[in-house]
Design a protein around this ligand. Sequence first.
Ligand code: SAM
Length: 261
Amino acid sequence: TSFGFKEVKEDEKSQMVGNVFSSVASNYDLMNDLMSAGLHRLWKDRLVSELNPFPGMKHLDVAGGTGDVAFRILESINSTRRRALQDVSEDGLQEETQIYVCDINPNMLNVGKKRAMERGLGENQSLIWVEGDAEALTFDNNSMDGYTIAFGIRNVTHIEKALAEAYRVLKRGGRFLCLELSHVDIPVFKDLYDYYSFSIIPAVGELVAGDRESYQYLVESIRRFPPQETFASMIADAGFQKVEYENLVGGVVAIHSGLKL
Ligand code: SAM
């Protein structure tokens, strides 16, 4: 692409991503907590509060295998509903919320389904698990109120295709939100962060998951991902309006958003 971050050959990249996530799926939660010092939970909370979920919404969470984002959306909707129920009779609240969790890797989806069961959400009709590729979604045009992707777009082979698909499936007025590891541009903090990512993460990966290479790859994929401004213009190029981003922890992660108008 014109952005120059495609150093890994495409088929090699998809294969790598497959391997990485098959290997990390079972250690996934532990590694996330360790590597982010538990912060990924707050970042996902922030993503979902930005989304402002509502009862009856149709939402698509892409690369959402673990269910982390979907569970939060559901919890947020349920607390809205509980508040609403205090005011009106239940008859008026028959909306059918649908939260689709789409992931290319069945192992990750299984981790998510297992976690749904542990949370007592195993039979929840609102959660729908779909194996699929962000670049070629199987959902209809203009069918979703919201689209989220958390720590996923970085692994997609053609980011532009994933953005075009996000735009296609969203309804007019629908919101695109992306949480992703991004770029730190603050002196001294950047050096510390570089040291952390290049030295500590692969070492922890080896120690805890017995897999240094996969975590090395994750760190490199963060570096290859376009910086905040570049990614924002890619989102705008896909057709989105009011594109904005918010840096968290000095750009360690960023939340990008856009509206389909
Ligand atoms: N969203 C979850 C979270 O934040 O905990 C999982 C993030 S995990 C780091 C990245 C996920 O992206 C993996 O489950 C992987 O299978 C999925 N993935 C990678 N490429 C994909 C693609 N092209 N389409 C859909 N999912 C993809």
